[in-house]
Design a protein around this ligand. Structure first.
Ligand SMILES: [Zn+2]
Length: 71
């Protein structure tokens, strides 16, 4: 059940235009990072960002490969 809700949330989030939660610019699909926050009681908040914007905010010791670095 939980996994199905997460899959649906991700599918919904990939369908439309997305705005980066860090720089507020529109995100091209191949640079999209989707973050689903579990708020409890079956509630989720979905945030989108550019991979490089997220990478900039992460501590340098956190391993992370941004989509922009892969494509
Ligand atoms: Zn951004």
């Amino acid at each position: 059940m939980w996994m199905k809700r997460m899959k649906n949330a991700i599918a919904d989030s990939v369908a439309g235009r997305k705005q980066c939660c860090f720089c507020e610019k529109e995100i091209e699909c191949k640079a999209l990072v989707v973050m689903n926050l579990d708020l409890g009681d079956g509630q989720y908040q979905t945030l989108f960002s550019h991979g490089l914007c997220l990478k900039e905010k992460l501590h340098p010791t956190v391993p992370f490969l941004a989509p922009e670095e892969v494509y």
